[in-house]
Design a protein around this ligand. Structure first.
Ligand code: HEM
Length: 513
């Protein structure tokens, strides 16, 4: 007997469509379902089978051990008109994805990622300096701009051009269509938003009734808009790629490596341009989201901030900025990065994996074509794994007290030298290919900010927690609460040091010149 996993009853024909499309922060809805139905939950979206995997054990068994049959992506009508089949995150499992993934891995693996560290160190200085001095720029926009590191890495040029521009009004973007500006970072963010909002369950009725895709463009606005935006996105990705490759003598970049026939064999020129573009889009929102949560965690927990700063004073001192060579000696800061990724995963439900064969798990039947959603949010807060305080921000959970009398108060627990300690980068063959670059960006930015600055909240702490809970989102990305910070130089020389380091970076005297 083919018994499906347990789950809430749905309506005839529609199944659970109404429950899912009405939900804000879908991961919280799934978290409640976990408590009612257990580690794996079945839902039905008008005939589409969905299985939510709520524990790491279940996700590892299916998405990693059985990854040969759990690595496809959903067929989504509107995102495909937008070009999703050419992107690494949303390409269907097959030859094209293998080529796209191989090329991305070649330019983002742990060894190659080390090449980007000088650029990342420079960008961290720019960010810390900006936090202290650019008081006219809204905080979250500054953080978002800091994700221009990835633009330096991918395209070989920094995107500092329009620090003064305002945050785009994301809610009005759909109405105006995809907004392309002169600022690459803003344009790439708009592209990211265009894809993620099209992917939300219930965003377009055609996803539930695919037969509607046979309507001609003139009768289907969503199709017309998506195809128009595909042309815009392709044009912009191709232009950025060609410019980067043309400037190859100025600065090495990921595009220059991709242009090399050996790295991206089997890919056409436009496919390479989409690899570069989709890597950047995947990187920008996720990294800046986690950095914003870092500031949020620091104002909520001044004691943790002080503990990290004591470690930085002891290891680095106050006469030079942190570098990647210091990271192994900074267990407390490394634990902060792990804890951030655990506590507030940027994509709490990852990207659904589609099964390509009928399968069984713990006696339950998982039909071929099921959307398997790893509920990273619940896995990262599993009380059986992390203890009763799993909801708290507590870097110490990754540490043990040092036995040595002098030196560090903490050491990273041995298992976490190799393990992430969270599931926020996803699973199996589709695991985040940019995780080394992401970890490095978070580490150096967090070290540099904590080394130079003391962070204080401008917003009363009580309203912070309430706003965070009330913030609504129908996006895949974990929404950032509204908050404001004061930044103060932590010691008298911090200001002059930051200023001269920043001048070196801007005038090209630093390591990336
Ligand atoms: C805090 C930062 C980041 C987080 C939390 C994150 C998380 C994720 C997650 C959850 C997935 C889906 C995994 C799955 O399907 O099981 C993913 C995929 C991906 N990520 Fe990241 N990511 C981050 C940063 C980055 C960066 C910096 C890059 C590029 C430099 C990147 C590139 C990608 C790509 C290309 C994929 C698609 C992989 C595939 O489907 O084969 N990500 N990421």
């Amino acid at each position: 007997q083919k018994q499906l996993p347990p789950g809430p009853r749905g309506l005839p024909i529609l199944g659970n469509v109404l429950q899912l499309s009405a939900a804000s922060k879908l991961w919280l809805t799934f978290d409640q379902l976990k408590h009612e139905y257990g580690p794996i939950v079945y839902l039905n979206m008008a005939g589409q089978h969905i299985v939510v995997l709520n524990t790491k054990v279940a996700a590892t068994e299916l998405l990693e051990r059985r990854s040969a049959i759990y690595s496809d992506r959903a067929k989504c009508v509107v995102p495909e008109h937008l070009g999703s089949l050419l992107t690494v995150p949303f390409a269907r499992y097959g030859k094209l994805w293998q080529n796209l993934r191989r090329a991305s891995h070649a330019v983002l693996n742990a060894r190659v990622s080390a090449q980007y560290q000088p650029v990342q160190t420079d960008e961290a200085i720019i960010l810390a300096h900006g936090l202290l001095y650019d008081t006219s720029v809204p905080l979250l926009l500054k953080i978002h701009r800091s994700a221009s590191t990835i633009i330096s890495v991918v395209y070989g040029k920094r995107s500092l051009s329009s620090l003064e521009s305002e945050t785009p009004d994301q809610t009005s973007l759909d109405a105006r269509g995809l907004h392309i500006t002169n600022d690459p970072l803003e344009t790439l963010s708009n592209i990211a938003h265009r894809f993620t909002s099209a992917l939300h369950p219930g965003a377009h009725i055609v996803e539930v009734l695919p037969i509607l895709d046979y309507l001609p463009e003139v009768m289907a606005k969503w199709k017309r808009d998506a195809r128009r935006d595909f042309q815009k996105i392709s044009g912009i990705f191709q232009k950025y790629f060609d410019d980067a490759v043309r400037d190859e003598h100025e600065r090495s970049s990921l595009c220059v490596s991709l242009a090399d026939g050996k790295v991206a064999s089997g890919l056409t020129n436009i496919q390479k341009a989409w690899v570069a573009g989709s890597i950047t889009v995947a990187a920008v929102e996720t990294t800046s989201n986690t950095l914003s949560y870092f500031l949020y965690a620091m104002i909520l927990h001044p004691g943790i901030q002080e503990e990290a700063q004591k470690e930085l004073d002891r290891v680095i001192g106050r006469s030079r900025n942190p570098t990647f060579a210091d990271i192994p000696d900074l267990p407390y800061v490394r634990a902060i990065v792990k804890e951030l990724l655990r506590w507030q995963p940027a994509i709490p439900l990852a990207v659904p994996h589609i099964s390509t064969e009928d399968d069984w798990y713990e006696g339950y039947f998982i039909p071929k074509g099921t959307q398997c959603i790893p509920n990273i949010w619940s896995m990262n807060r599993d009380k059986e794994v992390y203890g009763a305080d799993a909801d708290k921000f507590l870097p110490e959970r990754f540490l043990r007290k040092s036995k040595e009398e002098t030196g560090s108060k903490f050491v990273l627990r041995e298992e976490y030298e190799v393990e992430d300690g969270h599931c926020s980068y996803g699973f199996g063959r589709r695991v985040c290919v940019g995780r080394h670059v992401a970890d490095n960006a978070l580490l150096i930015n967090i070290c540099t900010i904590l080394w130079a600055l003391r962070i204080e909240s401008k917003t009363p702490l009580v309203s912070l927690a309430r706003d965070a809970q009330e913030k609504q989102s129908k996006d895949m990305i974990n929404p950032i609460p509204d908050f404001q910070c004061h930044f103060h130089p932590r010691f008298p020389e911090a200001e002059s040091l930051l200023r001269s380091l920043r001048d070196d970076v801007v005038q090209g005297r630093s390591s990336i010149s």
